[in-house]
Design a protein. Structure first.
Length: 268
C-alpha cells in the first residue's frame, strides 16, 4: 500500500491496544477503528506495541516481539488501510521497523536517548516523540534538535503527563502551546496521562473515566490530535487495562473532539 501524507492540520487520532495480544484481537480492533474513521471522516492511525520493554514487573506480558509483531502490523495495514505506529526501544530496531511502520514512536522514558533518536530520524519516517514525565515541555527542543540533526523532517510531540509525587501524573495544559511553539504538531496522550504508574504494585493503575476530560481539554488548548489506547474488554487487557477506553464508546468521543478541534481552528 502506498504511503499517504498525514494532514496534521486536520484532527487525527492514534488509537489501538497498548500491546499486540494476538493477531485476532489486534485485527478486530483495527477493523473497528477503520470503520469508525470512515463513518466520521477522520484520520486514524493504528497503534499497538510489539514489545512493552518498560513494564513494571518482569512477570508482565510484553508482547510477541519485533518479528512477529511487525508481521501482524503489516497485516493490519494491508487489510484495513490504516497507517500503523509502534514503539522502538533500541537503535538497531529503527531501520527494520521503518519497512512496516508509517510512524516510529519513541517512548517517553527514552525521549533523551541520543542514539535512539538519531536512528529513528535517519529512517525518513514520521517520528512521534513522547515527552518524558520528567521533562519540561520547552526542554523538548533539544530532543527535536537531535531528530532534525539526523535529517528528520516530520516530528510530532506527544504530551503524556508529568510526575506528580509518587504513583501519580498531572497534565499541565500549558505544555500544548509550549511544544507547538517548537514547530511540531502536538498530540495528547489522554489514556497514559491518567495512569497511576506502578500504583498496583506489580503493574500500573489508572482511571479511564478521566481520559475523555483530558482529551477534550487538550484539543481545546490547541492539540492537533489525540492518542488513546482502546480495547473491547479493558478489564481483561494484558497491558494498561485500567486506563484504556472501551472500544464501543470511542466513536461519540471522537465526534466531540473533532467538533472542538474545528471550533478552535475556526477562531484562529
Amino acid at each position: 500500500m502506498a504511503e499517504k501524507p498525514f494532514d496534521t492540520a486536520k484532527f487525527f487520532a492514534i488509537m489501538g491496544p497498548c500491546v499486540i495480544e494476538n493477531p485476532e484481537i489486534t485485527l478486530g480492533i483495527a477493523e473497528s477503528l477503520a470503520e469508525t474513521g470512515q463513518r466520521l471522516g477522520l484520520q486514524i492511525i493504528f497503534k499497538a506495541s510489539f514489545d512493552k520493554a518498560n513494564r513494571t514487573s518482569i512477570e508482565s506480558f510484553r508482547g510477541p516481539g519485533m518479528e512477529k509483531g511487525l508481521e501482524i502490523l503489516a497485516k493490519v495495514r494491508r487489510e484495513t488501510g490504516l497507517p500503523v505506529i509502534s514503539d522502538i526501544h533500541q537503535p538497531d530496531q529503527a531501520k527494520i521497523c521503518a519497512e512496516v511502520l508509517d510512524v516510529i514512536q519513541i517512548p517517553a522514558f527514552l525521549c533523551r536517548q541520543t542514539d535512539l533518536l538519531l536512528a529513528a530520524g535517519k529512517t525518513g519516517k514520521v517520528v512521534n516523540l513522547k515527552k518524558g514525565q520528567f521533562v519540561a515541555p520547552w526542554d523538548m527542543q533539544a530532543a527535536v534538535g537531535k531528530l532534525k540533526g539526523a535529517g528528520c523532517q516530520n516530528i510530532w510531540l506527544t504530551e503524556r503527563g508529568s510526575s506528580f509525587g509518587y504513583n501519580n501524573l498531572v497534565v499541565d495544559m500549558r505544555s500544548i502551546p509550549a511544544m507547538a511553539s517548537l514547530g511540531c504538531p502536538v498530540i495528547m496522550d489522554a489514556t497514559h496521562s491518567v495512569q497511576l504508574p506502578g500504583g498496583l504494585g506489580s503493574s500500573s493503575g489508572g482511571d479511564r473515566t478521566l481520559a475523555p476530560v483530558l482529551a477534550k481539554a487538550a484539543v481545546a488548548a490547541g492539540a492537533n490530535g489525540v492518542f488513546m489506547e482502546v480495547h473491547p474488554r479493558p478489564d481483561e487487557a494484558l497491558c494498561d487495562g485500567p486506563n484504556s477506553l472501551e472500544l464501543n464508546k470511542v466513536e461519540p468521543l471522537l465526534k466531540t473532539l473533532s467538533a472542538i478541534h474545528n471550533l478552535v481552528r475556526a477562531e484562529e
